[in-house]
Design a protein. Structure first.
Ligand SMILES: Nc1ncnc2c1ncn2[C@@H]1O[C@H](COP(=O)(O)OP(=O)(O)O)[C@@H](O)[C@H]1O
Ligand SMILES: [Mg+2]
Lengths: 240, 291
């Protein structure tokens, strides 16, 4: 049984349909990349999985349970954590507090929370010096690391990452992707949304390619990386 | 010199009342993005319950205060459920109108059942006050300043040191993200309304003995509290406190040195000056924090 399964999911913003029947699955322990150009519906897919949006038809099944319609507060308690587009770090709180609030999906004592935050600083040593800095003062790379750290503090079975490389310098992107590998090694399954296809396919086991609300391609990451269609879709004139 | 000290003392006292109501206004605004036009009815309600318990039912002062505080918890919760909650997914305008309607409704319900007569509440402390040098200290003002200072300290500790306080802050900064992390957003907003109503109720309990209770007593307080938040920088907690106390001082000194009848006007002269010259308020540059 896959950890996550989407069955023919349709989603609309008002009268505009953003996903026109998506079916995909993520097996436990995998890193799966969800690729596609800007506006293809990648973020909408993640928002539907985490319960920020409800599908108009179809269903989302997580760990054997139908979760579509439950709402985000309940879904995150089941062990599904979503690092949303734009990082969405609370600007008026410190890095430490932001990371700590990632554990709001479960019961934990102050001591356990402090230990969790320490573990995150061990994983992201670059943000440790800013532990007590208010987040509006951080750079994009630091915010991204704080956002991933916060998502991991939920101790998810499945982590959804929405364009973690967006707007970051190449060196920082390297670091973020190293951490994604490390997350997988620690036993967390990852569904990774990226426009940076090469980078995403270099860490992923499998991948899907979305185009305007429909899945166009799917397969092993190495096959996708070598496919001409991917090159056409990403290097051909589509706006990034 | 003594008169200056005396006026400063009174000004801080009155300003503390504005600050408490302004704090409630800011907390609700930060949590819901709505300016609550019924904020002044929180102090009125707190004072009204006190009047009913103390004067009509003849209960002891301490019990009346406890009942008033309990009443404000219920009122805040009911306000959240009845006025805000049904419209929470609409834009700010329907909610704003809803709070305005709630204010009119509450005042008229009390008018219908209790009547329009004002009430004179006895001071909380039975003694008449004391003299330090030639400065006379009214005990009610001492209570107001002491309780307000204590509340500000407790609130600071609560928001900055407790996990629940941080969840409330997170909710006010990004509700959708807070929900995505598993923070119970509805409960956080409920808590904000209850706390804001309590702050207002306490302000009403404290101020009623020095200004008379009346059904419309909250209107002027709410206007001053609103002015205080603009002066301090809208949406800023410190701004609400500094703005409230500043406004109390300006009003008191203005009444003493310029004109008593225009006392209420000074607040609006200052407000107008701020809107023209420093529209972002004293702590306005922190707007960056909300970006
Ligand atoms: N809040 C919204 N309201 C209306 N349409 C939206 C909204 N968000 C996204 N869309 C539309 O849905 C489609 C998919 O968007 P999105 O999932 O954000 O794409 P991606 O993440 O792949 O760039 C796009 O056509 C976009 O314009
Ligand atoms: Mg997107």
């Amino acid at each position: 049984m896959p950890l996550l399964e989407l069955r023919n999911v349709r989603v609309s913003y008002g009268r505009v349909e953003a996903l026109s029947g998506i079916s995909l699955m993520v097996e436990e322990g995998e890193i799966v990349a969800l690729l596609g150009a800007n506006g293809a519906g990648k973020s909408t897919t993640l928002r539907t999985i985490s319960g920020m949006m409800a599908p108009t038809s179809g269903e989302v099944v997580f760990a054997g349970q139908r979760i579509s319609g439950l709402g985000p507060e309940k879904i995150v308690r089941l062990g599904l954590s979503h690092v949303a587009e734009g990082r969405r770090i609370f600007p008026g709180l410190t890095v430490r507090d932001n990371i700590m609030l990632g554990a709001s999906n479960r019961r934990a004592t102050r001591r356990e929370l402090n230990a969790d935050v320490e573990e995150m600083f061990a994983l992201f040593p670059d943000i440790r010096p800013f532990a007590d800095t208010l987040c509006w003062k951080l750079s994009g790379g630091q915010l991204q690391m704080a956002a991933v750290a916060r998502g991991l503090t939920a101790r998810p079975k499945l982590l959804l990452l929405d364009e973690p490389s967006l707007g970051l310098a190449p060196l920082i992107i390297q670091k973020v992707f190293e951490v994604i590998r490390e997350i997988q090694r620690r036993g967390t399954t990852v569904l990774l949304v990226e426009q940076n296809a090469n980078m995403a396919l270099s860490v992923a086991d499998r991948g899907y390619v979305l185009e305007t609300g429909l899945l166009k391609l799917s397969g092993k990451a190495s096959d996708l990386a070598a496919s001409d269609e991917i090159r056409a879709a990403y290097l051909g004139g589509r706006a990034a | 010199m003594d008169i200056i000290l005396q006026l400063t003392f009174a000004g801080i006292g009155v300003g503390s009342i504005y600050a408490l109501v302004a704090l409630g206004l800011v907390l609700i605004y930060r949590a819901t993005n709505v300016v609550n036009f019924a904020q002044g009815d929180f102090p009125m309600m707190g004072a009204f319950i006190l009047v009913v318990c103390l004067l009509s039912a003849g209960l002891p002062y301490w019990l009346s205060i406890l009942l008033s505080l309990a009443g404000m918890v219920v009122f805040g919760a009911a306000f959240n459920l009845g006025v805000y909650y049904p419209l929470r997914n609409r834009s700010y305008l329907p909610v704003l109108i809803s709070t305005l309607g709630a204010s009119i409704l509450v005042q008229n319900i009390i008018l219908a059942f209790y009547g329009p007569q004002p009430a004179n509440l006895p001071a909380l402390l039975p003694f008449r006050g004391f003299q330090i040098g030639s400065v006379f200290l009214d005990p009610q003002y001492i209570v107001i300043i002491g309780v307000s200072a204590l509340l500000v300290v407790l609130q600071y500790l609560f928001f900055e040191k407790t996990l629940l306080g941080k969840k409330l802050q997170a909710t006010s900064q990004d509700k959708e993200m807070a929900g995505l992390l598993g923070i119970p957003v509805k409960r956080m907003i409920m808590l904000t309304f209850v706390y804001s109503a309590l702050l207002g109720g306490i302000a009403g309990i404290l101020v009623a003995p020095i200004i008379y209770f009346s059904i419309t007593m909250g209107n002027a307080i709410a206007l001053k509290a609103f002015a205080a938040t603009i002066i301090g920088g809208f949406g800023d907690i410190r701004g609400a406190i500094i703005g409230g106390i500043g406004l109390g001082l300006i009003e008191t000194f203005g009444a003493a040195y310029i004109s008593v009848p225009y006392k209420d006007g000074f607040a609006f002269v200052v407000l107008f000056a701020f809107l023209m010259l420093l529209p972002q308020g004293i702590f306005g540059e922190k707007i960056a924090e909300k970006a």
